[in-house]
Design a protein around this ligand. Structure first.
Ligand code: VG1
Ligand code: CO
Length: 538
């Protein structure tokens, strides 16, 4: 029944910022998935008879991989696998199911906001029992196993029916197919005032939520149009498609430009929102008012007490290093701790588990709280709705009042996608080598290669991005992406603090113009990458 298959290692199976991501044809290489999954299991101990949660964002190759993982989990001795119907679970929903069921861990199949389809991207991520992404010690152990793997074990059994709810048996292991939405929806109902949000919609509040043909469609239909009574048609692109309709399921101003255009038009609804491939990112645009993700974290934290789940207040606020300091100002005003972590949700897990932080956020459109251990797109949308229902103001009014009180952190990220890796690495190395010489020039007060000492477990994570800090609170940050699947992607993060309310209506790129010029001058971006302009500006 259990087959042991001889194999040889593949190069490059090191998990990045958020799991292993490669092109679909790479994952389709015989033994590629099996090698990685076996390496995950081999780096864990004590899961015999325990529960594994399994699901993905529905992209191309999701179903096939679910079947492979089920057979390998059975062969490795898991007692039960809880899998979302159709192989579907959004990333935050998977995190919740792991926690709710007290599972040993979970495997999430997704490449998030990367395109899908036969030539698109695929990914596998392991989450631990707290529901969050495996910390670096585990991902490095997994990588070490991928380099020495000689065999894997798999049950010889027919495929499971992923569409029928309920329990079946696979080589002695229980396979339990669950409704992917129900548990998640129930959790949201404990956090937010659904009665108040229902009244908001009943009073004529209008909204568009773009699920981008990705995983949040079923969740948004059930919660927004179902439980909350938003008008039919509120949810756009609400059916998950294996290739996301050929689109890039990234809720930013480039790939969701239609939503931005709608929000800025005469026909704008009160709120436009979107989520990404696996449902952990969010985009918020009020009528005539885009909210940068960094600002959104700060504004949600400042107003979270208006939602029942956070009425007792926040323990602390954590943000990734490149995320703007807007959230720090809120933490200061609330008299609570703020934390600055490396990029990627895995670094928030310890802070959340230890009760040090309640709300976490990243500039890349990820916000979440201690309700799960992942960022959560719909959660952010629901918290905004709850705040709007209580404050009875527009998004634009809330944003302007926030800036008037705390000042505005002008913020933008410039991405140079798929540039030659050699050039990108040389750029970073040259910056690193020249750090000390930067201080004193151009009013630079400090420059470093960001390293994080986890305050909970004491672990050290180095080389997490080059920070150039100016005396007035402005910053330039340079980092290489850890989620791409072709070449290298250079991210340049730009930030400037403006306390004066009379200066809060400047166009963002204009407000950052001097820093943009300096970012090129300090790093020689064009020289190293061959690009004279970023490919994506958010
Ligand atoms: C990007 C974002 C990071 C985010 C990560 C995973 O990583 O910058 O903030 O946590 O994607 O998000 P990188 O290494 O490419 O900069 V998702 O929604 O792709 O799981
Ligand atoms: Co995502």
């Amino acid at each position: 029944m259990i087959k042991t298959v001889a194999t040889t290692p593949f190069e490059g199976q090191r998990p990045g910022t958020s799991g292993l991501r490669k092109k679909v044809p790479v994952f389709q290489t015989p033994h590629y998935v099996e090698n990685f999954v076996q390496s995950v299991f081999d780096s864990l101990a004590g899961f015999a008879g325990k529960t594994l949660v399994l699901g993905g964002d529905g992209r191309y190759f999701n179903r096939e991989t679910v079947q492979t993982v089920l057979k390998m989990a059975a062969a490795s001795g898991f007692g039960r696998v809880v899998v979302g119907q159709g192989g579907i679970l959004s990333t935050p929903a998977a995190s919740h199911v792991i926690r709710k069921r007290g599972a040993f861990g979970g495997l999430i199949l997704s490449a998030s906001h990367n395109p899908g389809g036969p030539d698109g991207d695929f990914g596998i991520k392991y989450n631990i029992g707290n529901g969050g992404p495996a910390p670096e010690a585990i991902t490095e152990a997994i990588f070490a196993h991928t380099r020495s793997i000689r065999e894997y074990r798999i049950a010889e059994a027919p495929d499971c029916d992923l569409d029928r709810l309920g329990e079946t048996s696979l080589a002695g292991m229980v396979v339990e197919v669950i409704d992917p939405v129900a548990d998640y929806q129930a959790l949201m109902e404990t956090l937010f005032d659904f009665t108040a949000i229902r009244a908001l919609f009943a009073g004529g509040f209008t909204m568009r939520f773009d699920a981008m043909s990705a995983v949040t469609g079923p969740y948004a239909h059930a919660i927004l149009e179902g439980a909350l009574g938003a008008a039919p048609g509120t949810v756009m692109n609400g059916t998950p498609l294996p290739d996301f309709g050929g689109h890039h399921p990234d809720p930013n101003l480039v790939h969701a430009k239609h939503l931005y255009d709608l929000a800025m038009s005469e026909a704008a609804p009160d709120l436009c929102a979107a989520s990404d491939g696996d449902g952990d990112r969010n985009l918020i645009i009020g009528r005539g008012q885009f909210v940068t993700p960094s600002d959104s974290v700060a504004m949600l934290a400042a107003n979270a007490h208006l939602a029942p789940g956070y009425a007792a207040g926040l323990a602390g606020i954590a943000r990734s290093m490149p995320t703007s300091a807007a959230a720090d100002r809120v933490a200061q005003a609330l008299g609570i701790a703020s934390f600055e972590t490396p990029t990627g949700w895995k670094f928030f897990g310890n802070l959340l588990d230890a009760g040090l932080a309640t709300i976490c956020g990243e500039e890349s459109a990820g916000t979440g709280s201690n309700h799960v251990r992942e960022k959560d797109g719909l959660w952010a949308v629901l918290l905004w709705l709850n705040i709007l229902a209580v404050r009875k103001q527009s998004v634009a009014e809330i944003v302007r009042e926030h800036w008037a009180r705390y000042g505005r952190n002008y913020y933008s990220r410039h991405d140079y996608e798929e540039v030659p890796a050699d050039g990108a690495n040389a750029l970073m190395q040259a910056l690193r080598d020249g750090l000390a010489a930067l201080v004193g020039r151009h009013a630079i007060v400090a420059a470093d290669d960001f390293a994080y000492h986890d305050p909970v477990d004491g672990s050290l994570s180095e080389h997490q991005g080059i920070r150039v800090l100016f005396g007035d609170g402005a910053r330039i940050v340079y980092r290489l992406s850890g989620t791409g699947t072709a070449g290298a992607t250079l991210r340049v993060y730009l930030e400037r603090y403006e306390p004066d309310p009379s200066q809060h209506a400047i166009d963002t790129q204009a407000a950052l113009a001097k820093l943009i010029v300096l970012a090129e001058e300090l790093a020689g971006i064009a020289r190293h990458t061959g690009r004279s302009a970023p490919s994506v500006i958010t």
